[in-house]
Each structure stands twice: as C-alpha cells, then as structure tokens.
Design a protein around this ligand. Sequence first.
Ligand code: PLP
Length: 418
Amino acid sequence: MSIALAPRATNLKPSVTVAFMNRAKAMQRAGKDVLSFAAGEPDFDTPACIKMAAIKALANGMTKYMPTLGDPDTRSALARKLTIENGIPGCTPEHITIGAGGKHSLFVACHVLLDFPAPGQPKQEVVLPVPAWVSYAPIVELAGGTIVEVETTVATGFLATAEQIEKAITPRTRMVILNSPSNPCGTMYSEQQLRAIAAVIEKAAKTIAPNLVVLSDELYEKIVYGGIPHFSIGSIPAIAERVITLNGLSKAYGMTGWRIGYTGSSGEFGRAFTSAMGTLQGQMSTNITSFTYPAIVEALANAGPEVELMRQAFAARAEAINARLNAMPGIVNAKATGAFYAFPNVRAYFGKTTPQGKKIDSAMSMCEAMLEEAGLAFVPGEDFGGVGREHVRISFACSLDQIAKGMDRFEAFLRSLK
Ligand code: PLP
C-alpha cells in the first residue's frame, strides 16, 4: 500500500546528534563497552528546590490550562531576569513567550518571522555563522526561509566577523542567527565583537534590510568559564527592538527533559512579535505543562548556587579536555570557553585506514569507525555546516574520569590509523 506522507516531513533530515547518541545507547544496552560523548545535555540532575516547586504546584492542583505564553508571575520573573541580568531595555512581561523548550520557541519564532515567497520570488534569507547547531537550518527551511552560511574556522575560534556578516546581508535578509556560547564550537563572542556586529545590523536595517532581526540563542549563557563574560546583543539600545533573545532552562539548570524555553524582546516590535507568538502557539501547543511555571520562578530565584557548582565542574572538564586534545598530534582545537563541547579539527587523519581496514575520509567515517572499533561515540561535524565536515563534536557533559578514559581511547584510535 502506498499512501503519501507530506514531503515537508519526509524530506526532513533526522538529527545526527540524536542518531549517534541512540546508537551508542543501543550498543551499551547490548553489553558493549562504549563511552559516549554524543549527548548535548548536562549530566547533572535538576536541583532539588526546582523539583520541589513543581511537586508542590502539582499537589496544590495547578493542573489546568494556563495563559498560552505563560502565567503572569513567571513571565514577570523572566522579564526581570532579562532586564537585570542581560540588560535588555524595554523588556516587560508582555515581551516574554514561554514554550516547550528553546527548540519549540525557535520553531514558533521562525514561523512568526519568516514566510514562504510568492511564486517566482526568492526566499527570505537567514544569515547563520557555521558550524552551527543542527536544528537551525531545518527549522528555518520549514518556515520558508533559506540559510546563508557565513563560514568560520577553528583558527579564529569559529567566530564570524562583523565584516563577514555585513557581506552576507542582502535586501532579502530577514534574520541573523547568533549563538554564543556555541553548540557545537564551545566558543563565545566578546562584548566588543557583538557590538561590532550590532553596528552592522543597525546600518543594514537603515539601508538595505529594514525588516532585519537578530535571533540571539543564549541557551548556554550560564556555562561560561574562559574569561569571556556572557553578553546579550539585545542589550544594545540601538538594535534592542530588533533582537529576539532565545533562552531556556535545559542547559543551565539540568532540565532538558522538562521542556522549558522562552523568548524575550523589546519595544513596539517586540510586543507585536510576542502577540503573534501567542496566536501561533495558541493554535499549536497552548501553554507548557502548567505545574512547571513555579519551577521556573524557583530556578531563577534560588538555584544560583547549584548552577555555579555545575559551571565549575564544566570549567574543570573543559580544562582537562582542552589539555588532552592540544597534546594530540594533528588535532587542531579551539579552546572551549563556554557550553560543554570541544570541536576539534581531525582532517590530518583523513586518508588513513583503521586496523579493521576502514578508510577514514570524512568526520562521518571517522565517527562510524571509532564507534564500531574503539567503542567511542563522538558526533561527526558534517551536519553542523561549513568546515564542520572536518571536525568531530565531543560533548564533555560527563565525569573527569570518563573524559580521561575517552581521551585515552581517542588517542589510541588515532595512533592505530595507518
Ligand atoms: N539552542 C542550542 C544552541 C542548542 O544546543 C539547543 C539544544 O541542544 C537548543 C537551542 C534547544 O534546547 P531546548 O529545546 O532543550 O531548550
């Protein structure tokens, strides 16, 4: 029987990160000795005070439909956070949308900001420094846009310059996506670099791209340890109204399974954006799980000490993994300063053959062989775009002991290649 499915869904690329994570898990379940560095989630449990807030709300009967974009207390707490911590001007509770994870909020935002072109017209362009998180391109394309890649390399810490962004912006550009700290690169933009990019955005918006907006993905803002303070581009008054700040609780609070994301914006445009988000989300998922709202308020108010402990652990792990990678011949690594990823260049090993006779000619073939022959799961970099094809992503959301063992295995695997 052949009954069609929508090409929109069937043509979508499944996430390579999830694929490798699941393969590693399946091998572990089958009793194989596999060390996995594939998952993009903290290994820490959600702090107890956050869990208790949700349990209390559930016990108290907070089990009904809620306002689509979130209850007023939680939206107020998030607006306060973005105002005080991130310095975003003009961000009120009416500028906050709460969705079922940063990914969901990004999905809804893209459908609010992008559209399909009229017949014969070009698509709206979304400028994206690459390598970048694997979900941006599929989500943008589902909403009718097309990605314009800005290529970055390990030599410059994978950071796009203001000049590169300026060159990439055309009258068709609708959005620039920035992600600092970065998944998969583990690097961050400084305030100075973001100010230079903001100046380019301001100029382009006044000249060729009046509808230009910046989507600033700050999911990893709390996981910083390299001496570069996190800076929100939405705090720059000249472009604040054009910036949608995307964030969530997944990475900062060990809450990936809770599915809590949010956006904050500013000014008159931000208000219109938020209202459209509400309309679209209202026809999609409505509110997030009702009894998690008090947990968000609790996380923001009282989980700071736990977040700091997690940050310190990630800092020590980054130090350990950077030192090991830097000592491996042929591996070129940009020091991670944020998030929990290393993204080394492994091109020096392309053209070599594994002990079992597999030819390594790409990041994908290296990761395949490493999983099968060495019991080590990294994520191949191809799907992150650009020069990612020469890189592997190593998530160090695991113990120092696992990092040491994993790096021993990686080193031995590289040495075994002929
Ligand atoms: N943005 C980046 C850069 C990410 O790496 C992720 C998750 O991996 C997300 C957004 C979305 O996270 P969540 O949907 O769990 O909030």
